[in-house]
Design a protein around this ligand. Structure first.
Ligand code: NAD
Length: 333
């Protein structure tokens, strides 16, 4: 078992990573308090079943799988039903699922009666190495991804890598895109381990390495006004492509294309292509430049027509560069 402290001042919490951890949930939380569980209807039922067997009378919400559940309608529906069920400010809300469930549940926790406790039990690779840590929670507006949200840290993050055994290869590789990003922005040896080693045999090591990188960045800049932006490598174009595809491109797939486009003209591009190929991640994609540019123009990161982009000097060394919004066109090919 590995435990990582996320030492954000006054909001410290732990990330526990252990195979089979789900079966020991009662060691990590008080299972007799008022508990709400939010999950989605595609996640294998076995995980919810374990929680139900350990937790006394939880109120359970199963939302439809997919990005469309990060919506104000679903959040409002859950909040209303929690009020009708007399869920108090003393309750704990558990996110059991991938990044969609973590973002939605954390958002509800942040506003329900001005904030209640929440914990993350991430069950996709992407959510275990990225979205469950750092406290970004939120939902999408009709036209903008993550437009409505907050910074709201969980009380604890419980990672059971064995839940990844039921994840499809496509969804696993989707998470690999974020792992590759960590290597590119911050850790050269991680990058080459991802390229050369068997991820599945060393999954606990890889998950904890990523959580540590995210921790080191987030504790320096919880509210994303400086160095945390480095985590957005490939994401500005990625988010635009994701939206443009109507979420048919998975988040990690869109980020892979975004990272590739941002690597143009840099010598590391050939290694990036090699690693993306290893995990069947895309880097070529047909899109209309003007449409993608229009999405980027409305990105919440654009302020006064300026945008911070992330570039990679060499593998393991990312940096932030401020550009005029029109300059992003130079990266759209
Ligand atoms: N908050 C953050 O810091 C942050 C960071 C990165 C991404 N995100 C967000 O995360 C979301 C993407 O997360 P995701 O990739 O986990 O997607 P997701 O939550 O939609 O999960 C992907 C699919 O996997 C299924 N699933 C989940 N666990 C499973 C399991 N153990 N076995 C089998 N199937 C399982 C789900 O039902 C779903 O169909 C996006 O909305 C993105 O914006 C947030």
């Amino acid at each position: 078992m590995k435990t990582i402290n996320i030492n954000i001042p006054n909001k410290e919490y732990k990330v526990h990573i252990n195979n089979g951890l789900l079966f020991d949930i009662d060691k990590y939380i008080d299972v007799f308090r008022e508990i709400v569980i939010v999950t989605d209807d595609f996640i294998p039922k076995q995980y919810l079943k374990v929680l139900k067997s350990k937790i006394a009378n939880p109120l359970i919400f199963e939302v439809p799988m997919g990005e469309s559940s990060k919506s104000i309608d679903i959040a409002y529906q859950i909040i209303n039903e929690m009020i009708e069920s007399k869920i108090s400010r003393g309750a704990l809300i558990i996110a059991l699922g991938g990044g969609v469930i973590g973002d939605l549940t954390g958002f509800i926790a942040s506003i329900y009666m001005r904030g209640i406790d929440f914990i993350q039990i991430p069950t996709t690779l992407l959510s275990q190495i990225d979205s469950s840590v750092g406290g970004k929670v939120g939902i999408n507006s009709d036209n903008m991804k993550n437009a409505i949200g907050a910074f709201y840290q969980p009380k604890v993050v419980l990672i059971d890598p064995e839940t990844l055994n039921t994840l499809s290869e496509k969804e696993f590789n989707n998470g690999m895109a974020e792992m590759i990003k960590y290597g590119l922005i911050a850790d050269k040896s991680l990058f080459y381990d991802i390229l050369e080693k068997d991820i599945h045999e060393n999954i606990e090591y890889f998950i904890s390495k990523c959580v540590e990188i995210k921790r080191d960045i987030v504790i320096k800049d919880e509210l994303d006004t400086g160095i945390r932006q480095i985590l957005n490598f490939g994401h500005t174009i990625g988010h635009a492509l994701e939206q443009d595809s109507n979420y048919e491109l998975l988040h990690g797939e869109a980020v892979s294309i975004g990272m590739y486009l941002m690597s143009d003209g840099f010598s590391y591009q050939k290694d990036l292509v090699q690693i993306l190929n290893k995990y069947s991640l895309p880097y070529n994609h047909d899109y209309d430049k003007e449409t993608i540019f229009n999405y980027i123009k409305t990105d919440k990161k654009v302020i006064n027509n300026k945008l911070n982009i992330i570039l990679i000097k060499e593998i393991g060394n990312g940096f932030i560069k401020t550009i005029n919004i029109n300059e992003i066109k130079g990266y759209l090919r």
